[in-house]
Design a protein around this ligand. Sequence first.
Ligand code: HEC
Length: 304
Amino acid sequence: MPWKTLALALAVAAALGVTAVAIAAGDEPYREHHPQARIDPTKGVEGDIGFSDTLPFWRTEEAIERNAKWIGDASQQWKLNGKFMDLDRIDLHPGHLAVDEGKAMVATLAKRNPAFLACLINGGAELKDQAAGYPKYDAGLDRIITVESHIEHCAKSVLNETIHQGSAPNTKIAVYFKSLSTGTPIKVAIRDRKVMEAYRRGEALFYRKTGQLNFACASCHVPNSIMGHKLRGETPTTPFADAAHYPTYRTTVGALESLQERFARCHGQMRTVQLKPGDPAYVDLEVFMTVLSNGYPVSLPSAR
Ligand code: HEC
């Protein structure tokens, strides 16, 4: 509300004896929020300690091995945060094949114009380990870029080809690109002001209730919520380290799924508007969730 209008509103409110707060807040539609869990972004994945406290069960190979007895036990399995389904721990699946397909696609596109590869590498020495630093703020584009939006941008700007985020070719290239960072700890630059602003916006969205069921993401993904309890055959898990294994292969439908497509699916479960990959709200949520994966190794290919 512009200052003049605000001053006028306050004057009218004072005259009518109405509280200024009610008038000032009147611009925004009324929203309910899930109580905030106190997450410290500087802790990265370690923030799960004191949150779901499941981290010790899936933090290392040895821990996953030690707790493998829980696999298939509905009341316990969620504590493994799905991590037993990453890399080569389960049989060969199309997620593994996507790495090779993505690699072949990058080679073909780079053959048409080597500047495509240079654009993907984005100032670094090679593709390897680059993905661990995404999402990040790109000063040239003046926006936060994700691996998927960057692939779309390079294809368009260098080859004038459309490879939309959320499309199968984009996701396959993303699986390949990210698999080249497997094992490297995620390091989203939280000291970058633009990144932190996106984090805070994403965090606010995470707690904001919406849709026919008036659910927030937090209604299912924080302690003392549905987290850990069965919901139509699935059990919501901690949001820590989720971003580390996306895009993933979804066994139930037999297709790859990017992180932002997963947001859209959760939005569908919440009976609210499903946004498209690349929507600024999903970029903010991706920043929020990837900061919650900081310090945890990129883990592709994966299946869920
Ligand atoms: C109605 C409950 C519910 C709500 C609300 C909900 N989710 Fe989910 N979500 C689930 C379930 C169930 C799963 C599958 C089990 C799991 O992996 O956590 C899931 C999975 C996920 C995953 C993938 C986890 C993985 O390991 O692959 C992400 C990421 C996610 N949700 C993010 C969100 C975000 C962001 C929101 C808000 C926009 C949200 N969810 C809202 C129930 C919900």
